[in-house]
Design a protein. Structure first.
Length: 369
């Protein structure tokens, strides 16, 4: 494997190409993102001013909040900028209590209304189907559900603005070969391996995405224009709100933590490499420092025990399944909307340029080969 001379990614990793200058394609992508999104408080004010001007109901925007550092900081930021957000959190009942406490503390102290959407019991059956399918995208159902819920809530409160806390400087974007999700994929995996109806699970279909995009919902990412580092933002949250860190990124949810573990054990992919590479490129972490901290810190036995119990699979079978090495291309056995996205690339390009879908979505689902 040829390693990138800057970050932790290498040529044998899915979706990673080492260019002639010895840097990977994701380093070049982040360079372009830096050029396009210079940290600027005036840009944040310009966006928030536009959002306020289009207020029609009680709220300016909806914000997905997980209790993590990025979404918590974003919530505080928009309140400081004078917006009236509705915070939305989705509970698949696998959330860490520290993250839940952070959400409650932040919304209470900021005087922000909170809508909690609790998924039904079918979510554990959907999760079990992804384990049985032996695919790497275990977090796909929740990620899809979160987006669908945010659109639904935004429509119900009459706002066209959905804010999320993605920050390319601290998390980059997951290469498509590592993690893929769309409504058709989730439906097909569950259809083949699920044991109960999907019911009212909020699965975002291709038609849904086209409809909501055409309706004019906008998804600006304000953290792209924030100068403070990830560590500085976390320290500010701790000082102002007694916000509590919960360790690893995405460790606010046991299922997401399990997904990270499966990537490494079953597929030979270290999810930390993606996030730490972003921090290296943005000067927030040294490459040497990242190399000494690449293994996720989890309680392996407890996590496997919890997953087996909740999803109804045998713990012995689960251990055996985790020992079977797979290639991420195994997902190609299932139906997806991959070709539909590429065939409708022109539509999504316009949507990206008008702020209706994130640039990361277009690059991964419409423009990637």
């Amino acid at each position: 494997m040829t390693e990138c001379k800057v970050c932790l990614l290498g040529s044998e990793m899915p979706g990673v190409v080492i260019e002639q200058d010895g840097r990977c394609n994701w380093c070049h992508w982040q360079d372009q993102m830096e050029r396009d999104h210079t940290p600027d408080p005036w840009k944040i004010r310009e966006i928030t001013k536009q959002i306020k001007a289009k207020r029609k109901g009680s709220y300016d925007c909806v914000i997905g909040i997980s209790g993590g550092a990025d979404s918590s900081y974003l919530l505080d930021l928009v309140v400081r900028e004078g917006l009236r957000p509705l915070a939305v959190t989705m509970d698949d009942t696998w959330n860490d209590q520290k993250a839940c406490a952070n959400i409650e503390r932040m919304t209470n102290e900021l005087g922000v209304d909170l809508e909690t959407i609790v998924l039904g019991p079918q979510i554990d059956d959907i999760y079990a189907s992804f384990i049985k399918a032996s695919v790497p995208d275990l977090g796909a159902p929740t990620d899809m559900a979160i987006i669908k819920c945010l659109y639904n809530v935004a429509q119900s409160v009459k706002t066209k603005y959905i804010l999320d806390a993605h920050d390319f400087r601290s998390e980059a974007t997951m290469p498509l070969g590592w993690f893929y999700f769309d409504g058709a994929y989730i439906k097909d995996v569950h259809h083949r391996y699920g044991t109960m109806p999907m019911g009212d699970f909020p699965n975002l279909t291709f038609v849904d995405q086209m409809k909501y995009t055409a309706m004019g919902f906008e998804r600006p990412r304000l953290l792209y224009y924030v100068k403070k580092t990830k560590q500085q933002r976390m320290e500010e949250l701790q000082d102002k709100f007694e916000w509590v860190p919960y360790g690893e990124k995405h460790a606010e949810n046991a299922w997401t933590e399990f997904n990270n573990y499966v990537w490494q054990r079953k597929f030979g992919l270290n999810w930390k490499d993606v996030y730490q590479s972003a921090l290296i490129r943005s000067g927030q972490l040294s490459r040497a420092g990242a190399m000494t901290d690449r293994r996720p810190r989890i309680h392996e036995t407890a996590l496997i025990r919890t997953v087996a119990k909740r999803t109804g699979v045998s713990r012995t079978w689960l251990e055996q399944e985790l020992n079977v090495r797979e290639n991420v291309s195994c997902r190609d056995r299932f139906k997806t909307n991959k070709e539909l996205f590429r065939k409708t690339r022109a539509f999504w390009w316009v949507a990206m340029k008008t702020g209706r879908v994130p640039e990361t979505f277009y690059r991964k689902y419409c423009d990637a080969e």
